[in-house]
Design a protein. Sequence first.
Length: 369
Amino acid sequence: MNRALTLDDLVLAGIAIAAGLLLAFLSRTLLRWLAGHAKRTKWSGDDVIVDALRSVVPWAAIAGGAAAAAAVLPLTRAVQHHTNQILQVWLIFVVTLSAARVIAGLVRTVTQSRSGVAGSATIFVNITRILVLAIGFLVVLQTLGISIAPLLTALGVGGLAVALALQDTLANLFAGVHILASKTVQPGDYIRLSSGEEGYVVDINWRQTTVRQLSNNLVVIPNGQLAKANMTNYTRPEQRLTVLVQVGVGYDSDLEHVERVTAQVVAEVMHDIDGAVPDHEPAVRFHTFGDSRIGFTVILGVGEFSDQYRIKHEFIKRLHRRYLAEGIRIPAPARTVALQQGAAVIPQQRGGTDVLPEAVAEPGRPAGR
């Protein structure tokens, strides 16, 4: 416009800005009221949406008031164009940040609803947030009249060079995505690698997996190494597991009596010790005629991997005390060694303690002299 600025123009511009500010205040008040109601619902996704709207709607109202004020003022076409561009970029910036917050929050909510502990994994949330921000940046460039086609081409070539330079980093990134997508390992699981590392998975991020050992030390494992390693997951498909305890009794024992007493001790431990499985059926399985004992395996049920140490500790104490009371003997391994002059040493196994002759008989001389 070429006309001069009048008082009416200023009044209309002021009314437009005031209307935008008033609308922003009213919308923020309404959204605060909605946020209070959203907190009472079971679904946490509505909290994320309302929180994002509280950031977008007031700023959109203010931007609309500013755009209306600029429209009524006698601005030149170039100034009007630049003003509209600034307002559009500002609005796109606010919407992009809010959209990134909403989508990342919804991804975290969905992850938590599907598995109670996987929500602590940050890899999906970070990737989602970066993608939304990148799209918003491209929209801003397009709004400013900058062609994004050459930029996309340059990014493609540059991305290839970066991919070659960051092979290990990208391998860890995609390995982490594969691990979480396949659900073979999730935060909260107890794992053991073939290389010896074991513990509870604390977090899986874009580069590495953090494992907390039973000693409360943290072990950081690159995702690529975790994906290639032979791994045992003691939490999946079921958190409950069984542990084996090896026991042996003398050949003079009544095996029916031994089995009955051992099963009673197992039942007591399963009901009395925290972390045991009360409905576990006692299992005793004889399997070996040993050198000095009959060996058998006792199968215990535990609710979680780290509980096995406490349960085995209590079981061994109670079983030993009960065997002493019942007169059941647990023989110690013994070896008898016989020595002869001019002959090879021939070890002989039998029950009892190690026996070594006091003297070796010589030709023409009685032993023990």
